[in-house]
Design a protein around this ligand. Structure first.
Ligand SMILES: Cc1cc2nc3c(=O)[nH]c(=O)nc-3n(C[C@H](O)[C@H](O)[C@H](O)COP(=O)(O)OP(=O)(O)OC[C@H]3O[C@@H](n4cnc5c(N)ncnc54)[C@H](O)[C@@H]3O)c2cc1C
Length: 303
């Protein structure tokens, strides 16, 4: 195995049969289409495989970064040394485990989970239909939209620690708050989440999901790479309204710009770098602060 780093060689020889990719571009795995090469990117096909990957990386003294669908991550231009574990399209599976409860694996997209629930005549995940991330990322972020939030329906979460052991957290133990959960502090990987829903006719649920998707396509720049809302909602206002009032729609740094369709979105107009996006967010935050006295904080996770 020539041409490989020591870490790449050790991962490959310890994990035969596991889908490991070397120098894999983050840009191919993030909705912003930004980010340099990752030393080792692992795609576990099962919980057992994920546990082996974590045990091996712990032995090699490497703490991995976790990626879902990459729809809320700004990845560095210089890439990532070490290990990134990517769960989207890998850690899958959904099942009904009680009359109104479903269990969904961390790598399943929130849209697929919402459709699965709708087909069972279970309501509560309509808001998540159209959020492009995974259930793992949604739980980590306490994703929400149109008045719904993961914390309202999440009953418990199975989290794997970085030594490969699974712990079950109740809703209260998850410490959910606005776009945040305890995982941000304590780390760990969402293996699966149980959602407690309520019965409703499938047609009504589908109608609601269609209505919300219509609102999304009418208001959001879904044709351009982005990571959704660039800033968290500040106390006392809405980020998009404050940015719009500051006259910043279309404001650009390099290839990154504030969307002309929705001022809350930073978009990649083509060839944007992470440095462009970071500079854009910093400048927009400063200008809005000067004009309104309100400081905007990024919602997108800057790696
Ligand atoms: C067009 C568009 C619209 C959007 N609309 C919304 C919206 O309405 N509401 C909303 O809340 N968000 C929205 N988002 C942002 C994003 O989709 C959500 O935050 C989503 O929950 C992120 O999930 P992900 O799988 O992409 O996570 P990633 O972006 O891959 O990761 C985000 C964070 O979660 C962590 N993470 C990911 N998976 C796991 C896991 N299995 N275990 C532990 N940690 C994990 C990562 O380490 C990272 O820190 C939007 C994004 C886009 C591009």
């Amino acid at each position: 195995m020539t041409g490989l780093t020591d870490f790449q060689q050790k991962m490959a020889s310890n994990l035969p049969g596991v889908d490991l990719r070397f120098e894999e571009p983050m840009a191919d795995h993030t909705s912003f289409r930004i980010g340099g090469a990752v030393e080792v990117m692992a795609f576990p096909k099962s919980v057992e495989e994920m546990s082996s990957i974590l045990k091996t990386s712990a032995l090699l003294d490497c703490k991995p970064a976790i990626l879902g669908a990459g729809t809320n991550v700004l990845a560095p231009d210089e890439g990532v040394r070490g290990l990134v574990i990517c769960l989207k399209d890998c850690l899958g599976g959904m099942e009904q485990i009680g009359a109104t409860t479903i269990r969904v694996a961390g790598g399943v997209t929130m849209t697929r989970a919402a459709v699965f629930a709708a087909n069972l005549g279970l309501s509560g995940l309509e808001f998540a239909h159209g959020i492009p991330g995974t259930v793992g990322g949604g739980v980590y972020m306490n994703a929400g939209a149109y008045g719904g939030e993961i914390c309202q329906v999440c009953k418990s979460v199975d989290v794997m620690d970085f030594e490969g052991n699974i712990h079950t957290f109740t809703n209260a133990e998850m410490g959910f708050s606005y776009r945040n959960s305890i995982l941000e502090e304590c780390g760990g990987i969402v293996v699966c989440a149980d959602f407690e829903l309520s019965e409703k006719p499938t047609e009504e649920i589908r109608e609601k999901m269609k209505e919300l998707m219509g609102k999304r396509s009418a208001s959001q720049p879904l044709d351009k790479p982005s990571a959704g809302s660039a800033f968290k909602r500040p106390t006392g206002g809405y980020a998009a309204a404050l940015i719009d009032q500051a006259g910043l729609k279309g404001y650009a740094v390099g290839g990154a710009a504030i969307s002309t369709k929705h001022a809350g979105f930073a978009v990649n107009l083509g060839g944007a770098t992470a440095a462009d996006v970071k500079a854009l967010l910093a400048q927009v935050s400063d200008i809005v602060f000067e004009k309104s006295g309100i400081r905007l904080e990024p919602e997108v996770r800057i790696w």
